[in-house]
Design a protein around this ligand. Structure first.
Ligand SMILES: Nc1nc2c([nH]c(=O)n2[C@H]2C[C@H](O)[C@@H](COP(=O)(O)OP(=O)(O)OP(=O)(O)O)O2)c(=O)[nH]1
Length: 144
């Protein structure tokens, strides 16, 4: 694997008819604090990417998730974030629990998918095309 693999979710209210997307505001490191992102994190060595995203979401938001379709990026490893990392992103819904900013974030916000969510908050710049792809993919039915 050439780039560090990050995995994250586009948490939506419904896989079949998504109308809202959860954005999370980072509280660290200083260079990214205050910017909004898809909750997730790094895949550990030897870890399955889907298991990694479930673990990260448990740690960060305190919820269990149902995964839907992947939002495919241009790379096998998903979407380029910078020269060192790429991110795979899946649609997901809440299976149990209520999302709370437990670790890594200081605020969560549901954004309307129909209201240009890439402009609603200051996203990490690398995420903007992913948010746009999320909106485009959400117009077709997603999920199992
Ligand atoms: N989780 C996440 N990370 C993103 C996004 N966009 C983006 O450029 N990144 C970058 C920020 C970080 O450099 C890297 C992810 O690292 P992380 O700090 O979230 O991962 P982690 O929770 O496993 O790490 P740690 O803080 O526990 O050390 O990817 C995004 O939408 N979500």
């Amino acid at each position: 694997m050439s780039l560090k693999q990050i995995v994250a979710i586009a948490l939506v209210d419904s896989l079949q008819h998504p109308t809202r997307l959860l954005a999370a505001r980072r509280n660290r490191p200083a260079a990214l604090a205050g910017l909004w992102e898809f909750p997730g994190g790094k895949v550990e060595s030897g870890e399955d990417p889907v298991e990694a995203v479930r673990r990260e979401i448990r740690e960060e938001l305190g919820i269990e998730i149902t995964l839907g379709d992947e939002i495919y990026g241009p790379l096998e490893q998903g979407w380029a974030l910078n020269e060192r990392a790429a991110m795979r992103v899946w649609f997901a819904t809440i299976a149990s629990g209520t999302p709370r900013p437990l670790d890594g974030h200081d605020q969560l916000r549901w954004l309307e998918l129909g209201a240009e969510p890439w402009q609603a908050v200051p996203w990490i710049p690398a995420d903007e095309p992913i948010v746009q792809a999320c909106v485009a993919d959400a117009k077709a039915p997603v999920g199992p």
